[in-house]
Design a binder for this molecule. Structure first.
Ligand SMILES: *Cc1c(COP(=O)(O)O)cnc(C)c1O
Length: 216
């Protein structure tokens, strides 16, 4: 993975230090998360609160990134262990995360998840709602607006999708100069994301292997 990231950065004329690797440990055991930390990989991603809470309690030295769709009633739990929530996509969730962070006496990083094709299935706010939601995050107690996140939709080529995201990120940054993160790119499309400025790639299977589907 390191070779691949270096090649992608070089192809994009970017420094490797501009891109943070978040290793997605979902479905993998706590021991894998601990091993990654032993190797110096401290940025770890999870997509389900139940699983993430257990791992975060067992491996508190990691920086836990919450990257899954988040139900409002799980927000208080996530606010107790997450460093950054990548999937903030609606006003109710902002309010719930803010309340949870305040109660936990913590500050949570927050990224506005953008829906690049308007399809609500995978979460994300439609592009015309990004500015208002970013403003809401920026003014919420306990939350720090760090930038934007997206998952490439199936209907659009990743390069085109991530270019749209980069445009949106630039607009958010114009209003909130500290919101510099662009969380984009997974195992299959991290090169396209790095090419247009991703600062954080979320990689699971290309590092840890294919996940076994949960049956039943
Ligand atoms: C699972 C997941 C990833 C990692 O995907 P891989 O294809 O395994 O690299 C990245 N982002 C999100 C939102 C995910 O749910």
């Amino acid at each position: 993975m390191e070779v691949r990231l270096q090649a992608a950065c070089q192809a994009a004329s970017r420094q490797r230090s501009e891109v943070t690797l978040v290793v997605v440990t979902k479905t993998w055991p706590v021991s894998d998360a601990a091993t990654l930390c032993d190797l110096g990989v401290l940025d770890l991603g999870e997509s389900r609160d139940q699983e993430a809470a257990v791992k975060a309690a067992a491996v508190p030295r990691a920086r836990w990134h919450f990257i899954g769709q988040l139900q409002t009633n799980k927000a208080a739990s996530v606010a107790r262990y997450a460093e950054v929530v990548h999937t903030v996509d609606r006003p109710h969730l902002v309010a719930a995360l803010s309340a949870g962070a305040v109660r936990a006496e913590r500050h949570l990083g927050a990224l506005v998840q953008v829906s690049l094709d308007g399809d609500p299935a995978r979460g994300g706010v439609p592009t015309d709602g990004v500015s208002a939601l970013a403003q809401q995050v920026a003014s919420a107690d306990g939350l720090d607006l760090l930038g934007v996140m997206a998952v490439a939709p199936l209907s659009v080529a990743p390069a085109e999708a991530f270019e749209r995201l980069a445009d949106i990120a630039a607009r958010v940054r114009a209003e909130h100069p500290a919101a510099r993160w662009i969380s984009a790119g997974m195992s299959a499309d991290l090169e396209a994301a790095i090419d247009v400025g991703a600062t954080h790639v979320r990689v699971g299977s290309a590092i840890l292997g294919s996940r076994t589907p949960v049956l039943g």
